[in-house]
Design a protein around this ligand. Structure first.
Ligand code: BG6
Length: 479
């Protein structure tokens, strides 16, 4: 048996989902259309999520997986009961903005949307599960994109303010842990998905992205302020798509390149956790000739309302090289990286690096000294169920076990402060990157395929009982 020192008392073990990847019911109970609905599976997906190809509504000849997804909207009781059976301490889920404000700029919220989430949170508490709520997980009402241009427009801060006030007030006492924007750095790589940005021909793309980023950063600080005012018990976190860059060689130029790549991502968290634009970012804006409009009060708001904790997703480390001729890249979480010859890869080419998680935890801890929360980690794989829907997913167990070991070492050997761990896609759901159903992460198998066929029946995989045991032993029994 692998002997691990115990995780801290009260460690929040659980799993994570996002509204658009699991709820379905895209037009039910007054929900408005959102960017995430109109992103189809298939070859055009990436150019749409990157804001290069315009698709603002459903078009013939495409399949839109988020419309139905795994229909968590109508299965939430059954699903949360299964999470409860596994002993989850926390469940990360997100709010679909357009269920609460269908167009986004209304003055009054949609009661049916609020009621749905109230029911979900109450259901979690029935099993002693603490909800961990992402306010915005790649989610923006289409109306706000068409009429305001998404996050490029400062008005978005007003609409977000209204959204968060509504949520913090209505769910006071039901939700304590909040994340403002999922993987905020994705605005640079998947701007339509991350911020509702579509670029017109000839636009200065960097100017638009960083202006939109500023609006999100201000909105995030404002949300932190409002959360604390409404309920001092609230804990608000930022969220980074993390994964340390390694230099491809010990050539100083490679190290310098890796540092620059890391800064591109840490920039967002530097602002959210330290409350200031870092000098390297100001210099970069100067170099690129960007002029980011900021209101007089923005900088004070950022300074006075830093986050309570830093959360992140971790799937892999990344590699950087200063050599422009090095083109041997491999797929990763939205952005590709140079291939690391020391690592194995998943079926989707994402490289597997458990030690990279310990490295990332230490880097983030050294940089911010704020409590951390790993809110996504896991293996996307093809599962082959038997006739009862059972999957012997030892490969998933192995992946998670190795990451839990290094997470344990980071806590017990290095002394980082970690609040919890939610594995990605604890129940199978639609992939954000590819739109596929067959890229599965869950402990619970859902009978649905890439074309939307299937009974939606839920069944336990082998990893279900394994994770139950991990949680019950507070991470000491991971065999
Ligand atoms: C993160 C997202 O990027 O990675 C999730 O926050 C996403 O929404 C997850 O699903 C895994 O990526 P993918 O592309 O395998 O779904």
């Amino acid at each position: 048996m692998t002997e691990l020192k115990p995780f801290p008392k009260g460690f929040l073990w659980g799993g994570a989902t996002a509204a658009n990847q699991c709820e379905g019911a895209y037009d039910v109970d007054g929900r408005g259309l959102a960017n995430v609905d109109v992103v189809p599976i298939g070859k055009d997906r990436f150019s749409i999520i990157a804001g290069q190809k315009k698709m603002f509504d459903f078009e013939d000849g495409y399949f839109y997986p988020a419309k139905g997804s795994i229909d968590f909207y109508h299965h939430y009781k059954e699903d949360i009961a299964l999470l409860g059976e596994m002993g989850f301490k926390t469940f990360r889920l997100s709010i679909a903005w357009s269920r609460i404000f269908p167009k986004g700029d209304e003055l009054e919220p949609n009661e049916a949307g609020l009621q749905f989430y109230e029911n979900v949170f109450k259901e979690c508490h029935k099993y002693g599960i603490e909800p961990l709520v992402t306010i915005t997980h790649f989610d923006c009402p289409m109306y706000l994109i068409e009429h305001y241009g998404g996050w490029r427009n400062r008005e978005m801060i007003t609409f977000y303010d209204r959204l968060v006030r509504t949520l913090f007030t209505r769910f006071k006492g039901l939700v304590k842990y909040w994340l403002t924007f999922n993987e905020i750095n994705m605005i640079l790589h998947a701007p339509f998905m991350g911020a509702g940005l579509y670029f017109e021909e000839g636009e200065n793309v960097d100017q638009v992205k960083y202006q939109a980023a500023h609006h999100e950063l201000v909105a995030s600080a404002l949300a932190t302020k409002i959360a604390h005012e409404i309920d001092p018990e609230n804990k608000v976190g930022c969220m980074l798509a993390a994964g340390q860059y390694y230099p491809n060689t010990c050539n100083p130029n490679d190290y310098w390149k890796a540092m620059q790549e890391d800064r591109e991502n840490y920039f967002f968290i530097d602002v959210q956790a330290r409350g200031e634009y870092p000098n390297y970012a100001k210099k970069k804006f100067e170099r690129l000739g960007l002029d980011i409009e900021m209101a007089a009060e923005d900088l004070t708001l950022l300074k006075e309302n830093t986050v309570d904790f830093v959360s992140f997703s971790y799937y892999s480390s990344r590699v950087a090289s200063a050599d422009p001729n090095l083109t041997d890249t491999t797929a990763g979480n939205i952005f590709a990286s140079i291939k690391n010859p020391y690592l194995e890869s998943s079926e989707w080419g994402w490289q597997i690096d458990p030690l990279g998680l310990r490295i990332t935890l230490n880097q983030i801890w050294d940089r911010y000294q704020k409590p951390m929360f790993i809110v996504e980690n896991g293996l996307g794989a093809v599962d082959t169920p038997d006739e009862n829907g059972y999957v012997a997913d030892d490969y998933r167990i192995d992946y998670l076990r190795e990451h839990i070991k290094t997470m344990n070492a980071a806590i017990n050997e290095d002394g980082v402060e970690l609040l919890g761990y939610t594995t990605w896609g604890c129940i199978d759901l639609v992939s954000a990157g590819t739109g596929e159903m067959k890229k599965r992460y869950g402990f619970i198998y859902v009978d649905r395929d890439n074309e939307g066929n299937g009974t939606l029946k839920r069944s336990k995989k082998k990893s279900f009982d394994w994770y139950k045991k991990v949680i019950a032993s507070n991470g000491t029994d991971i065999d």
